[in-house]
Design a protein around this ligand. Structure first.
Ligand SMILES: [Cu+2]
Length: 314
């Protein structure tokens, strides 16, 4: 498929996803008539995005949606200690779901983020026959965390459900890292270009270099050369975005640039966590990006200690 067609399909997919979220939310009464998530920019939408979605609820904000409920079996952990985090996804009849579709190489993607949006984990739990998922987690600091389960129940639509997780102890929230388009992690420099414009599929390009040289031999990770999670600061609304193109399609280079399309629902600050794999190791670069602001010269920051990549399931 050529690039415009692929992008068109992606935009359409987003529109369908949002329309679906709105329709279902309305049907089960989960969406208040004036949910405060509108972007107020409907007049700027392109025809492909003209469907009203001012009231759509972004992913990750609800523990239960479309008849599926995320039920943590572990709700409190000790900071700094490896803890087995267990949960189920329960269907409308209360029984744990045991059959899932594979998306991006996995049946379920679990993202764990501190409420101050500084600590990030992306892990792949194991599914037991009874529908219980489990994964070892080590979280560095006391505080409140948000857990996101991103999955597709067999025969159903993709969903991201969110639940709270607590690490006991003295809590010292960190300030939001200032907006930055260049981050260094483990000797890699990652520069992010592009503008996040609310309500549109915004093109972002991450350029990866090491020791001043572009990295051109990125390795596939989760069926892509990069994996980007975008979270809205303030409520951690979850946007799971993926690159344009895939390894092995004959046109997508293995770096240094990875192109993504991300649609953010409103103005404001977002935290973007980019996973990429090189020399067999997955690393995460974390950015703060202000939606509605153009890219350009911006202060340089470094990846905070909490955003190292913890991984399992491979
Ligand atoms: Cu994943």
């Amino acid at each position: 498929m050529n690039t415009p067609a692929r992008m068109g399909a992606y935009v359409l997919g987003l529109a369908v996803a949002f329309a679906g979220a709105f329709g279902i939310g309305g049907a089960v009464g989960a969406t208040p008539p004036s949910a405060p998530v509108g972007n107020g920019h409907g007049g700027h939408a392109t025809p492909a995005q003209a469907a009203p979605k001012a009231d759509h609820v972004p992913g990750g904000l609800q523990v239960s949606q479309s008849g599926y409920t995320l039920t943590p079996r572990t709700t409190t952990i000790t900071p700094g200690e490896r803890t087995e985090f267990r949960f189920t996804v329960d269907a409308a009849d209360g029984r744990p779901v045991t059959a899932y579709e594979t998306q991006h190489d996995k049946k379920l993607h679990l993202i764990v983020v501190s409420r101050d949006a500084t600590v990030f984990r992306h892990v792949h739990p194991e599914l037991a026959g009874d529908g219980t998922w489990s994964v070892p987690l080590t979280l560095p600091d006391a505080g409140a965390y948000r857990v996101f389960a991103d999955f597709v129940p067999q025969g159903g639509e993709g969903l991201t459900l969110g639940a709270d997780l607590y690490a006991a102890g003295d809590y010292a929230p960190r300030p939001l890292p200032p907006p930055s388009r260049t981050v260094t992690v483990d000797g890699y420099t990652v520069r992010l270009d592009g503008t996040l414009t609310p309500g549109t599929a915004s093109r972002l390009v991450a350029e990866i270099s090491k020791d001043g040289r572009p990295v051109t031999d990125l390795q596939p990770y989760l069926a892509a050369y990069g994996h980007l999670v975008a979270l809205r600061v303030g409520d951690l609304a979850y946007l799971h975005v993926h690159p344009d193109g895939a390894p092995g399609d004959g046109v997508t280079p293995a770096g240094p640039g990875i192109t993504f399309y991300a649609e953010v629902p409103s103005r404001g600050d977002y935290r973007l966590f980019l996973d990429f794999q090189h020399n067999g190791i997955v690393r995460t670069a974390a950015f703060t990006v202000r939606a509605g602001q153009p890219s350009g010269a911006a202060p340089t920051g470094t990846a905070d200690h909490g955003s190292e990549h913890a991984h399992s399931g491979h």
